[in-house]
Ligand binder design. Structure first.
Ligand code: 5GP
Length: 186
């Protein structure tokens, strides 16, 4: 490969559709590799077993101590983390996609300033709430995620290299493919 590996960080408030977007991106583009995070959150009903490495707080903390995460954070009472860079370096495809929240995105940016931060916005708060409720989280969790979104959004808008409004999945994925193609040409 005669260009640098891209690190594409996709972030944005809960219920914005990041997971669906990154799945569509890696399906469309074989040069993209999606990192699989660890979490201590319990699996949602119907959520795929390999959406995360679902693990215990003890195992997660052991891995923190061993320096096994590129970044990690606590988000609404659970740990989430990206396994270390040797995995990134050894990834099969040239370019890497991380789907993580904003604190983790900032950690990645500090470590890899060339990383590209794409912050995804919902078309409206109402639509975001509808999507959050639709995935079966209990009501208090939905409210906590909406509150978190309100604090994350201004920071995300400020720090992002690109802002994308997810009003239509295909259009959003097209827009992100255009961004990635442009970054590959730099
Ligand atoms: P969820 O519980 O809805 O799957 O994820 C909650 C939040 O954690 C989402 O914003 C998601 O992007 C983020 N997240 C998922 N994996 C990671 C990770 O490895 N690191 C960080 N910092 N955030 C993550």
């Amino acid at each position: 490969m005669d260009r640098d590996r891209l690190i594409i960080v996709v972030s944005g408030p809960g219920g914005v559709g990041k997971g669906t977007i990154v799945d569509a991106l890696v399906q469309r583009d074989p040069d993209l590799w999606l990192s699989r995070s660890w979490t201590t959150r319990v699996r949602r009903p119907g959520e795929s077993e390999d959406a995360y490495v679902f693990t215990s707080p003890e195992a997660f903390e052991e891995r923190i101590t061993a320096g096994g995460f590129l970044e990690w954070t606590e988000f609404l009472g659970n740990y989430y983390g990206t396994p270390r860079p040797d995995q990134l370096d050894g990834a099969g495809a040239p370019d890497i996609v991380l789907e993580i929240e904003l604190d983790g995105a900032q950690q990645v940016k500090r470590r890899y300033p060339q990383a590209i931060l794409i912050f995804v916005l919902p078309p409206s708060r109402e639509e975001q709430e509808r999507r959050l409720r639709g995935r079966g989280d209990p009501g208090d969790k939905v409210l906590a995620r909406l509150r978190k979104a309100e604090t994350e959004e201004p920071i995300g808008r400020d720090q992002a290299d690109y802002l994308v409004v997810n009003d239509d999945l295909d259009r959003t994925v097209d827009e992100m493919m255009t961004i990635i193609a442009r970054e590959r040409c730099r």
